[in-house]
Structures are given as C-alpha cells and as structure tokens.
Write a protein that binds this ligand. Sequence first.
Ligand SMILES: NC(=O)c1ccc[n+]([C@@H]2O[C@H](COP(=O)([O-])OP(=O)(O)OC[C@H]3O[C@@H](n4cnc5c(N)ncnc54)[C@H](OP(=O)(O)O)[C@@H]3O)[C@@H](O)[C@H]2O)c1
Length: 286
Amino acid sequence: MISGHATLAGVMGWPIAHSKSPQLHGTWLARHGIDGAYLPLPVDPKELATAVAGLKALGFAGWNVTIPHKQAIAPLLDGLTPEAEAIGAVNTVIRQDDGRYLGHNTDGYGFMENLRQAQPGFDFQGKTALLLGAGGASRAVVHGLLSAGLARLVIANRSLERAQDLAASFNASFSDRPQVPCQAVAWTKASQAAEQAELLINSTSLGMAGKPPLTLDLEALATSALVTDLVYNPLETELLAWARARGNPAVDGLGMLLHQARAAFQAWFKTDVVVDQALRDAVLAS
Ligand SMILES: NC(=O)c1ccc[n+]([C@@H]2O[C@H](COP(=O)([O-])OP(=O)(O)OC[C@H]3O[C@@H](n4cnc5c(N)ncnc54)[C@H](OP(=O)(O)O)[C@@H]3O)[C@@H](O)[C@H]2O)c1
C-alpha cells in the first residue's frame, strides 16, 4: 500500500519486460514496509528525452537505466558522478537534495561488493587478474578492481582492438601508478596469461544460456586463484563448476546484480538493505 507521499523509482529500458529489477526492489520495499514503488519503464529510444523530462517533472527519486540507454542518457542529465564518467555509462540516476538529477554507475561497486561478501578474506591490493572480455560490463569491472588497488590486469578479448582501447583508457586514468596496470592480449593468449592470475573474471557472454560455451584452456590457473563469472543465467556456469571441481574458490554473478541494485535502492529510499539468501531465492524464483 502506498500513500500520496510515496517515493518513486523504476528501471528504464527497451524492452524492459525481462528485467528482474522490479521483483528485486519490490522485495526490499515489502521487507521494509517502505512507502514507495519501483516501476518497469519501457522507453523507446526515440522517446528518451521526453521520458527523462517526464520523470524529472514527476519528481522521481531516481531510476535504473539499462540497454539501450546507458550512454545516450548522459547528456540529458544534470551531470555525472566520477564513477559514471570513468565507466562511460549510466546505470542509475539519483535526484540530489538540490533537485539535480545525476547519472551514476553502481556496476563496478556491485561487482566488488559481490566478491567482498562471498570472499571476505580476498585482498585485491597488489594482485594480478585475468579479465576475459572487453564489452560494456568489463569497463565497470576494470574500474572496480583498479580502484580497489589491484596492481595488474591482463585483458583478453576476441576483438583485440576492444581490449586495447579498454586498457589504454584505464592506463590513462590510472597513470599515477608506478606500474602500468592494464595489458591487452589476444584471445588466444588467455591460456598463457592464466598462469600469473590470482583472480579470473569472465565478463564475456560465453557460457550464458543460449550463447556458445567458454572453451578456453585455463588449466594453467593456480588452484588458489579466485574465479568469478558475470554470467548468472545459469547461476552455476560451466566455468564456475570447473573451478570448484579443481578446488578454486568461485563466486557466481547474481550477487553483482543484487549489490549494484542495493547501492541504488539505498540512495533513493534512504534505507539500508542487505543481500542475503532469501533475496537471492526471491530473484531466482522470479
Ligand atoms: N552479473 C551482473 O550483474 C551482470 C552485469 C552486466 C552484464 N552481465 C553479463 O555479462 C555478460 C557480458 O555483458 P556485456 O554487457 O559486457 O555484453 P557486451 O557488451 O555485448 O560484450 C560481450 C563480450 O563477450 C564477448 N564475446 C561474445 N561472443 C563471443 C565469442 N563467441 N567468443 C569470444 N568472445 C565473445 C565479446 O567479445 P567481442 O568484443 O570480440 O565481441 C565481449 O567481450 C553478459 O552475459 C551479461 O549478462 C552480468
């Protein structure tokens, strides 16, 4: 039950019907008895400017932004946070106390918080990681890892140029480091690069339901290395199952989705919420 004072938020995308975010935020709203609502907001790209003006006029506390609006929305907002600038995409809009709507990005935070919650003993400081993929989600991962003090990140991508662009962009923004942090390598060199990695991340869509499997030979990876997959459909990807079977600690990708949402929820509804098994179950059931 909501009142006339209800705080409004939602998720803007095209299409949007597949999004798990309404169930996710709805679970927190119900759990905390908050006078608020989180709505699916289908926005045709042609109507983006009108929709943004409308949500501002309606006084929304903010909203999530997903495909295909994550870049296009930036010039329609009143500014970007340093995270959104660095990642080059907006996944969350937050109304400020002065009424301005800022574009923010909580994906890097969500990625890091998922690992921190699942593997609290893992210290990123000074570590070397191998990142598979250089697509949209990869930028948030790189930003999160380098901000947490990771020393070296080898990025392997099918399209080498995309990995090189990603590495160059973050090497420029972290140019104060004593060692150049990012190195792009060809996809075929990933097996070799696995040998040095203390953390392995799959940020490609390989292994996702309906996509080809991840067939790289990663046997050179130490069994102490932490393995994580951004793919969460299926929850237990072949990569994670392989890692667990050989004794590697492994973390699934669902927590990234939940933790990026947690940061946004707290900003809009001013209520601390937690990511726990009951929430995971509720989202998986949806
Ligand atoms: N857990 C979460 O909260 C979360 C958040 C965001 C995304 N994700 C998941 O992360 C995955 C990537 O998302 P995205 O937004 O970054 O997608 P994207 O921008 O489309 O990037 C896809 C990536 O996968 C690579 N790839 C695709 N097909 C390949 C193939 N056959 N062989 C080798 N590499 C291939 C692409 O390489 P090229 O550059 O060569 O095309 C690129 O690096 C998706 O499964 C998505 O669901 C999860």
